[in-house]
Design a binder for this molecule. Structure first.
Ligand SMILES: [Zn+2]
Ligand SMILES: [Zn+2]
Length: 417
């Protein structure tokens, strides 16, 4: 028996085939004007779908050969999916999806026909095939009602069809759906990569239900907030994750670890806190060194962060010092500032920090006359972002934007006064 090696099969294209394909690609859109891009796209997608369908038929035939006649050894691949992934230069999901569609075609002939007629796409067919095979596995003798699903496929996107198919599948095979969701939970992961500048790159995967919990928690926080909020959705979602984390620490919602309540912990010299020229950057756990402007914000409402002066200065744990806004003052602030915040900002008092109009490090008092509630984002905008706060004649709070570009140079701010 001749052995077919990987390298002998690695390039399936010869010159006549390439010429034929070139001609075909031209012929497919020959009757459409070059400027009619949408019609050309639709036509080309139809051709792609037809090719995928035929690809699936052969993929299923290959899969059927595995397990007999030593195919694994002959092709040097453990499964047909792995062989396709490697030799047809595609992804694992495409390989296994193709095999599955091919294997299910005898159960869903009308759907395949509808795809050949251009009524539905290959993406629809793939969703239907996945549902069909899941049901076939759970109940081998079950009859798949093709007409109903096909009608749905004609009316909806592949994404919506998947929702419909899941509901249908659950009605027939609830254990199977529960099993899939259990597996998806086991596959949850979250990875952090720290870049050179200390920024955190986040990647991961959540199951549908866990993902929904995260999105439900973040969505209200990621709404545009206050006047002139022009942040894009991705930026707002990034801000929302930080805000949720700060609030959880702030409100003591994170369980204690080794008898310590989790805090943002900053170690700084007094000079850095005062923003004096020549003072070093401060240290913060899990972060690269941070600027004095940020230290001032974190120390402003020391409920959020525990600030410890470094060895060069008198060691004071600000987390326990008198600058912390006392319970009574905070309650009075909450009552007063319920509707007296950043213009247009609707964060409730428990989601805010108490901002010192004149920072305590510069002698500002920790009492009602010098305190105002700001949500974490607007607090950041006042300290690091260079915005100023002022009161109008009728005692409304005014937020005055900075005149420089955030990214061009750092703000040379003293704390807002
Ligand atoms: Zn502040
Ligand atoms: Zn706000």
């Amino acid at each position: 028996m001749s052995v077919v090696t990987a390298s002998a099969r690695s390039n399936p294209v010869d010159a006549p085939l390439a010429r034929y394909i070139d001609q075909l690609l031209e012929d497919v859109v020959a009757d459409l004007p070059y400027d009619d891009v949408t019609a050309r796209l639709e036509r080309r997608q139809y051709v792609i779908d037809r090719l995928k369908l035929d690809f699936s038929k052969d993929a299923a035939r290959l899969a059927a050969q595995f397990g007999i006649d030593e195919t694994e050894r002959r092709l040097d691949a453990p499964t047909a999916g792995e062989w396709i992934r490697h030799h047809c230069k595609t992804s694992r999901s495409v390989a296994y999806d193709s095999i599955n569609v091919g294997e299910q075609l005898s159960r869903i002939p009308k759907c395949a026909q509808a795809m050949e007629g251009g009524e539905i796409g290959f993406a629809h067919l793939s969703v239907i095939a996945r549902t069909s095979s899941a049901l076939a596995k759970a109940m081998p003798e079950s009859v798949f009602n093709e007409d109903e699903v096909l009608q749905r496929a004609r009316e909806s996107s592949a994404g919506r069809l998947w929702h419909y198919c899941l509901r249908l599948r659950h009605a027939l095979d609830p254990e199977g759906v529960a099993h899939d969701q259990r597996v998806a939970v086991e596959e949850r992961r979250l990875q952090f990569t720290v870049w050179e500048d200390g920024s955190l790159l986040i990647s991961g995967q959540l199951d549908p239900i866990g993902g929904a919990a995260l999105r439900t928690a973040l969505e209200p926080l990621a709404q545009p907030m206050g006047q002139g909020d022009e942040r894009c959705l991705e930026r707002r979602q990034g801000d929302a994750v930080v805000e949720l984390s700060l609030h959880s620490l702030d409100a003591g919602l994170v369980p204690q670890h080794a008898s310590q309540r989790p805090h943002l912990q900053v170690t700084t010299s007094l000079e850095t806190l005062q923003g004096l020229p020549g003072s070093p950057a401060a240290d913060m756990e899990f972060s690269t060194p941070i600027s004095s402007t940020t230290v001032q914000r974190l120390a402003c409402d020391a409920n959020i962060a525990r600030v410890v002066f470094g060895p060069m200065s008198v060691v004071v744990d600000v987390g326990r010092a008198a600058r912390v806004v006392s319970g009574a003052t905070r309650r009075a602030l909450n009552a007063r500032d319920q509707h007296y915040q950043w213009p247009g900002c609707e964060r409730t008092a428990s989601w805010t920090a108490a901002h010192h109009l004149v920072h305590w490090v510069q002698g500002g008092a920790t009492d009602l006359s010098n305190l105002i509630l700001l949500c974490h984002r607007h607090h950041w905008m006042v300290h690091e972002g260079g915005w100023k706060l002022a009161r109008s004649d009728d005692h409304r709070l005014l937020a005055i934007p900075p005149v420089y570009d955030y990214y061009a140079r750092a703000p040379d701010t003293a704390p807002a006064a």
